[in-house]
Design a protein around this ligand. Structure first.
Ligand SMILES: [Zn+2]
Length: 482
């Protein structure tokens, strides 16, 4: 696994001091020249100018502290370089399963006095460690597991209801800690939150099964604030084949017809398509039709560790063309298949460099998947450790601007492009997609219903299902009433 990895020679090892082009010709060849006013040659005008200059210097003096790269920095002082980078660019993580802990441990009763996000908690995430990790943004996953009892995508399930509850608890959690967290559904909100010192908090749905096979659901999830959806989790659904299916010997059918339509609808809405968890063929199929960049919210490079959850090189090359991003996962099993407990921060850096080598530095991001598994790689044990990753990436040769791209600029760029593409599509007047799952069963009507169209009564009331005796009255069910 890691031994297959070499640091790409193509990467610049130079320290990128991000020197600003100070040439007066730097902007579109047009120079800004300040002409001295020939009428102001008197002593008063001289002293007035001096006073004004001095006043400006006094006013602006303290602000220069915040201006980037004002003081030269020792290129080998990776901690200082990281600190400077993370003051300019929000460090954004693509995937954290904390909301699932609210569900499992608190039944979503987050006002329970046993839970205080300000306190040191077990597990990987709490507020003080997020601050220590200099985090600027987090996509919180509103994950509900695949329903093992469901044998058919039309079988009854609680998954959609439970997903709504996870969205609800995540919104309440962000609001409860609003001094430090800010809900964001746009990339501009993320930058604003970052400038105000808050950690931008976004919502991602981890699995198309959480839509109940319905494209209407994806529109509603979007309107509730979800800004990415992982196309599958560890089960197939009406849209696509998952990596787990292939790993357990199943056939890789890739994207279904309805799956192609859900991609089209997500592009129209401006919702990011997440390809973590999907099969390799699904990745290829989506990249073949996506009109906007896609993301992998928590995945690695398959060439580095041959785990089917990771992204193969041909897909990385397609991704370069697509403009998307792979947010590097910290999951031990995806980093070291043979000996997961031996996974370290160096393995994560190997994955990042491989992705950058094949796809470019515009393709890398961070998606730890904290609170997903119990164990994290040595050196990246919790959310306080992100700066270590940035430091190590620079130690291995990444420039400041490459490290900034990794930390957050890439995912923000992708999100901005997804938004722009949606605006373009909507401007064409494209209607929301009304396609349905091919084996969808619709509710039947009753003989007394006031139908709108001729023929509906005959068609719908003929085989109306019996009403369930939900009140347990023991009375014969009347199926003809309203
Ligand atoms: Zn996952």
């Amino acid at each position: 696994m890691a031994d297959t990895m070499t640091t790409p020679n193509s990467l610049s090892r130079e320290y990128d001091n991000q020197a600003q082009d100070s040439s007066p010709e730097s902007s579109n060849g047009r120079a800004i020249v300040l002409h001295p006013n020939s009428r102001n040659h008197g002593i008063w005008s001289f002293s007035r100018g001096t006073i004004i200059t001095a006043a400006f210097a006094l006013l602006l003096g303290p602000l220069t502290f915040f201006w980037p790269q004002q003081q030269p920095c020792d290129p080998t002082d990776y901690a200082e370089r990281t600190r400077r980078i993370l003051k300019q660019t929000p460090l954004i993580d693509g995937h954290n399963d904390l909301p699932l802990m609210f569900r499992l441990e608190l039944r979503n009763q987050i006002y329970d006095e046993r839970f205080d996000f300000n306190n040191r908690l077990l597990g990987h995430t709490d507020l003080s460690r997020m601050r220590q990790g200099m985090m600027g943004g987090q996509f919180w996953s509103v994950f509900i597991d695949c329903d093992a009892k469901q044998k058919h995508f039309e079988d009854p399930s609680w998954v959609v209801r439970d997903t709504l509850e996870q969205i609800d608890v995540t919104h309440r959690f962000i609001e409860q800690y609003r001094k430090d967290l800010q809900f964001c559904d746009t990339p501009s909100c993320v930058r604003k939150a970052f400038r105000s010192g808050r950690i931008a908090s976004m919502i991602g749905i981890e699995g198309g099964h959480q839509l109940g096979s319905s494209i209407g659901s994806v529109r509603q999830m979007y309107s509730l604030g979800a800004r990415y959806m992982t196309l599958t989790h560890n089960c197939d659904n009406a849209f696509a084949t998952s990596a787990t299916t292939v790993a357990t010997g199943g056939v890789d059918h890739g994207l279904t017809k309805l799956g192609r339509e859900v991609i089209e609808e997500m592009n129209r809405l401006g919702m990011m398509v997440d390809l973590s968890h999907v099969s390799h063929q699904t990745m290829r199929d989506v990249l073949g039709i996506a009109k906007a960049p896609v993301i992998f919210s928590h995945s690695g490079a398959y060439q580095t560790t041959q785990h089917l959850r990771n992204v193969p090189d041909d897909v990385l090359r397609q991704l370069k063309y697509n403009g998307g991003v792979v947010m590097a996962v910290f999951l031990n099993g995806f980093l070291n298949k043979e000996n997961p407990s031996a996974a370290t921060i160096h393995d994560v850096v190997d994955h990042i460099f491989h992705i950058a080598d094949v796809c470019g530095w515009d393709c890398v991001g961070i998606g730890a998947d904290f609170f997903g598994p119990s164990f994290a790689p040595t050196g990246l044990e919790d959310v306080s450790k992100y700066p270590n990753l940035i430091e190590l990436v620079m130690q291995r040769g990444a420039t400041d601007s490459q490290a900034q791209s990794l930390a957050g600029e890439n995912i923000l760029r992708v999100w901005e492009q997804v938004e722009r593409k949606a605006q373009q599509i909507q401007a064409t007047g494209r209607k929301p997609i009304e396609s349905e799952y091919s084996e969808r069963e619709w509710t039947k009507g009753f003989a007394e219903d006031p139908y709108m169209l001729r023929g509906s009564r005959e068609r719908l009331a003929a085989d109306a299902p019996p009403m369930p005796d939900v009140y347990n009255t023991g009375k014969k069910t009347d199926t003809s009433g309203p």
